[in-house]
Design a protein around this ligand. Structure first.
Ligand code: 5GP
Length: 209
């Protein structure tokens, strides 16, 4: 029985290369939830195998900046030379339909969500060690050495923001990390503040019968 009318906004964040995307995909493969992924918009060029509208909406810098001016993003950030942002209307519509919306964003964006949507659940994914992060970024082979170095320096800054999140999840094993996030989502649903009003209204309705 679902007690929350409005969906839950779940923000998965953490340094580049920590495996946010892999963990998010594993989370979506687990049973027993009703998650929907918010596809971001970016000015980065598509990588091989990336599909427009599925991995990202790929747009020009000019188009992105027009959308910033019109206030069309829930959050956005410039990350290592490119813009990334979450379209506001899609997120609002889905939350209104009672769906769980999952964002996968870097830290500046996650903290903007914290400001705008106080009841969002912020999860910080961390690697089992710094070395594991570096190895992952290098072996992924999707960036040049210059870009990898930029992402590594950025990761050092991002680690210091961990205390601003509601939960920390170590990505030691992808399945374990996804399973922990699933447990967090379930527990968040049961939080009194999220569910008590709907439940009391329901009891009230029974009294009136
Ligand atoms: P990548 O280029 O590796 O796909 O993404 C670079 C970073 O941008 C990653 O940390 C990724 O999670 C983050 N990112 C992806 N979409 C968004 C978004 O909509 N907003 C923000 N703030 N960051 C995003």
């Amino acid at each position: 029985m679902k007690l929350n009318k409005r969906g839950l906004l779940v923000v998965i964040s953490g340094p580049s290369g920590v495996g946010k995307g892999t963990v998010r995909k594993a989370l979506f493969e687990l049973d027993g939830h009703d998650l929907t992924y918010s596809v971001s918009m970016t000015t980065r060029k598509p990588r091989k195998d990336e599909v427009d509208g599925k991995d990202y909406y790929f747009v020009t810098k000019k188009e992105f900046e027009r959308r910033i001016k019109e206030g069309l993003f829930l959050e956005y950030a410039e990350f290592v030379g490119n813009y990334y942002g979450t379209p506001l209307d899609i997120v609002e519509d889905k939350l209104g339909e009672g769906l769980e919306v999952v964002l996968e964003v870097e830290t500046a964006g996650a903290l903007q969500v914290r400001e705008k949507m106080k009841d969002a659940v912020l999860i910080f994914i961390v690697p089992p060690s710094k070395m594991a992060l570096y190895e992952r970024l290098i072996s992924r082979g999707t960036e040049t050495n210059y870009q990898v170095n930029k992402r590594i320096s950025k990761a050092d800054i991002e680690f210091k923001l961990a205390h601003k999140y509601d939960y920390i999840v170590v990505n030691d094993e992808v399945f374990n990390a996804a399973d922990r996030i699933n447990a967090i989502i379930r527990a968040e649903h049961a939080k009194t503040a999220r569910s008590i009003h709907t439940y009391l209204d329901m009891l009230e309705g029974e009294n009136g019968k």
